[in-house]
Ligand binder design. Structure first.
Ligand code: FES
Length: 172
């Protein structure tokens, strides 16, 4: 039997809520098993939802041109972030590589989806999470754990305005 210290004059709150500490902190095997079942059931449902939603709402192919910014908004060597409204909002980066040369890539690293950034001092794209590096020209992996290149968009500049379209190697 557990040790129960006797208090002569317990405070009012203890009289109102007479819960013994050993009862309040004890977790039975049955309760623990129930918790594990609920947890694994929840995880299974979550995974199922992700799989089903990717079938139910597949990524739509990007159609048409999308305005990003004015050319004057991003100096040579600069980068800006943007998103295109769609079924899912994907973050992108637009890089002004050199005079008249623009590139646009998804901002999510292909390793674990950290946000990548353009480093003009080395002319590369860095993923700071696990020291991953990508080519700012093509999005190819140069170093680190990312398994695939960054998905790219084509950039079209017209009337001092920057637009992006689905990737097409003939447009730079
Ligand atoms: S998330 Fe980018 S390198 Fe790991």
């Amino acid at each position: 039997m557990a040790y129960e210290p006797k208090e002569e004059n317990p405070p009012n709150w203890k009289r109102d809520f007479p819960i013994r500490q050993d009862e309040a902190t004890h977790i039975s095997r049955r309760e623990f098993a129930k918790f594990l079942c609920l947890l694994s059931g929840g995880l299974a449902l979550g995974n199922g939802y992700v799989v089903l939603s990717s079938f139910a709402f597949p990524d739509k192919e990007l159609e048409g041109e999308h305005f990003v910014c004015n050319t004057s908004d991003v100096p040579v060597g600069g980068m800006t972030m943007f998103a295109i409204q769609g079924t899912r909002e994907i973050p992108y980066i637009l890089i002004h590589l050199s005079e008249g040369e623009w590139r646009a890539f998804e901002q999510k690293c292909t390793h674990l989806s950290c946000a990548v950034v353009y480093r003009d001092e080395v002319k590369k794209i860095e993923c700071p999470c696990h020291n991953g590096w990508f080519s700012a020209d093509t999005g190819e992996v140069l170093q680190g754990p990312p398994p695939r290149s960054l998905p790219q968009l084509s950039v079209v500049v017209r009337d001092e305005k920057v637009y992006v379209t689905a990737f097409n190697d003939t447009v730079s």
